[in-house]
Structure formats: structure tokens, C-alpha cells
Design a protein around this ligand. Structure first.
Ligand SMILES: *Cc1c(COP(=O)(O)O)cnc(C)c1O
Length: 341
């Protein structure tokens, strides 16, 4: 039985055309700054987002953790939503790598507002940790792929500037947000001190994330990447996949979003489903009926060849991506409708 895999948009494999470009890449030693393909990828993303410089990293976790280390000092405090990847899924890295504490907010599907952030910025008082950084996530993974619009980000930026805080974007799925909202990448550079972009999620590259910021911050980030063990040598083979993905796999994210909406609609009608979060991008989150567990429903799907993941006791996540085509979606909708749990 062929499996249809909705566990994550990280499960994609390079397409033949992407592999071909990787094989042809011109490479050099990137720790010496001599890999022209890595340099081209960094330049391309910096230009797209209107940032001065960029740094290719092995993972989104590393690019976020480098950013947090650049933008904080030990004893500082980072402000983010309680569902934030930087807090929940990076292994306690904020404490371990940056020796900073975290103030968790309760956004609506992970979306923060200036009104939520402002009262949580500590006054200048020796009892309090120094609030130095706000981290936003776009799209919000645990918010079911919910997007910020740039109009919601501008006032958060204004607050951070007025109170002397830095603003970082965990943009693991920023291209999903850009495609869904119609916002422009170039406007993001105006508002964020740092941006992490993942190439290995919906864009379909096998490896890689890029941290974007100003020149001085990227110089410091390069030092931190070395300390973290993330300085790579002939990394141009990987960067070539990233360039290919940026040129060929951005617009098609609209298909993933259409597919997610179709799955959400089918799930809405299923007898074992209690509620479905509206699908805005490529993530569908839904709760199963109170008499069921998410694990039981995940297992029932797996028996039919559909892989998805339990993200809480009653919550299941489907993520659409490059390796699930329209036929597989039609097949999955049939399985959703016919499933007996
Ligand atoms: C996947 C992801 C990351 C980075 O994950 P890596 O697996 O380390 O590349 C960061 N933030 C969010 C929201 C993510 O979904």
C-alpha cells in the first residue's frame, strides 16, 4: 500500500530537477566564505526580504537559536506566545544557549497584538529580567497555520522600537504566509531585526534554513554558528536546492493551501471529528470526539495508508506539501469520509 504522508511538510524528497541542480552546484569551503552557491542563496534571500545580510544554517532550530543569542544577553527575557516553536520545540535552547528567561503570552491561535505585549515588558528594575526580544511566528504552527498580516506586524514593530526591544520572526513557513496573504517579502525587512526562513518545509529542499539580519548581526551570528558546530564546508550542494526551491516552489504553495482547505471540509463532516480549525495555509488541526483519543484515530488512518500525527490527547494535525498531489488528496478525502473508528 502506498502511504500518503501528512505528518509534516518536512517529509518531502528532492524532485529530479532539484537533484539535478544540486549535482551541478559550484561549491567551495563555506567556513572560508568561498562557496559561491551558499553566497548566492544568502544574497538572494537578503535581497528578497530587504535585509543586509544572511547566514545559511543546517536547521530552523539553529537559525532561531542563533538569532535569540544575537538579540539577548544572559538574564534577559524573551517574549513569545506559549505555543511558540522557539519555546516548545527547541529543547529548552533559550535557557541553555542564551541563558535568558521567557515570558509566555496567550495569543489567539498564537497571534500576538501590541496590547498583549505591552504590559508584559518589564520596567527597568533590578528585580526583573530585562525584556529585550519579542519573537513572532508566521505562520503559527500550533495555531493551525494561522497567518499574521503585515498590518498586524507594523504596530508590534512600533512598540518594540519605542521600548528598545528587538523583534525576530520565526518564519519557518513565511512563504506560506506570503502566498496566503499577498503580503510582500520586501516589507518584512522593514519591521524585523531578524528573520529565520526554512527551505526544508513547504519549499521542499532537503536541508537548510537561513537567518537574515543586518551586517553586524550576521557577523556575530557566523561566530555563534561556528560555536554551535554549524559551520559547513561544501554546503553549496544544499544551498543549490534552496535556490531551486525559491525559484520553483513558492507559487505552488497555493495548491497546498487549497488541498488543506479540501481536507478540512471533509473532516468537518466526519462523524469522529468534534471540531476543525479553519485552514488558512497548509496545516489542518482538528479535535476528535470526546469519547475517542487522537492516537486511536491516527492509527485508524494509518491502517488505510494515511499518515498524520497526534499533537495533543484529542488533537490531530495534517500538513499538505509538495509530495501530496491532487489525486492523493481526492483519495484521502474518500478515506476521511469512509473511516470507521
Ligand atoms: C520546523 C519549524 C522550525 C525549525 O525546525 P527544524 O526542524 O529545526 O528545521 C522552526 N519553527 C517552526 C514554527 C517550525 O515549524
Amino acid at each position: 500500500m502506498t502511504k500518503i504522508d501528512f505528518r509534516s511538510d518536512t517529509v518531502t524528497k528532492p524532485t529530479p530537477a532539484m537533484l539535478d541542480v544540486m549535482m551541478q552546484a559550484k561549491v567551495g569551503d563555506d567556513v572560508f566564505g568561498e562557496d559561491e552557491t551558499v553566497n548566492a542563496l544568502e544574497q538572494k534571500l537578503a535581497n528578497m526580504f530587504g535585509m543586509e545580510a544572511a547566514l545559511f544554517c543546517p536547521s530552523g532550530t539553529m537559525s532561531n537559536q542563533i538569532a535569540i543569542k544575537c538579540f539577548t544577553q544572559p538574564m534577559d527575557e524573551v517574549i513569545c506566545d506559549q505555543t511558540a516553536h522557539v519555546y516548545r520545540y527547541e529543547g529548552g535552547g533559550i535557557a541553555y544557549n542564551s541563558m535568558a528567561s521567557v515570558r509566555l503570552l496567550h495569543g489567539e491561535r498564537g497571534i500576538l497584538t501590541p496590547e498583549m505585549i505591552e504590559p508584559e515588558i518589564n520596567a527597568d528594575n533590578i528585580h526583573y529580567p530585562n525584556s529585550s526580544l519579542v519573537v513572532l511566528e508566521n505562520t503559527v504552527n500550533k495555531g493551525g497555520g494561522k497567518c499574521y498580516h503585515i498590518s498586524q506586524i507594523a504596530p508590534i514593530h512600533a512598540l518594540c522600537v519605542s521600548r528598545g526591544l528587538k523583534l525576530h520572526l520565526d518564519g519557518a513557513r513565511i512563504f506560506n504566509a506570503l502566498v496566503a496573504t499577498g503580503d510582500k517579502a520586501i516589507d518584512y525587512g522593514k519591521y524585523f531585526d531578524g528573520i529565520s526562513v526554512c527551505l526544508s518545509k513547504g519549499l521542499g529542499a532537503p536541508v537548510g534554513s537561513v537567518f537574515l539580519s543586518d551586517k553586524a548581526t550576521i557577523k556575530q551570528a557566523t561566530r555563534i554558528r561556528k560555536v554551535f558546530g554549524g559551520g559547513m564546508r561544501q554546503a553549496g550542494f544544499l544551498a543549490a536546492a534552496g535556490i531551486y526551491a525559491l525559484d520553483n516552489h513558492v507559487e505552488r504553495l497555493a495548491d497546498d493551501h487549497k488541498h488543506a482547505k479540501a481536507l478540512a471540509e471533509a473532516l468537518q463532516k466526519a462523524s469522529y471529528v468534534a471540531s476543525v480549525m479553519p485552514a488558512e495555509t497548509n496545516i489542518v488541526l482538528f479535535d476528535v470526539n470526546p469519547n475517542l483519543t487522537a492516537d486511536a484515530v491516527v492509527n485508524a488512518f494509518a491502517e488505510k495508508g494515511v499518515l498524520c500525527s497526534a499533537t495533543a490527547a484529542k488533537t490531530i494535525r495534517f500538513v499538505t506539501h509538495l509530495d501530496v498531489d491532487a489525486d492523493s488528496i481526492a483519495e484521502t478525502i474518500k478515506i476521511i469520509s469512509g473511516l470507521q473508528v
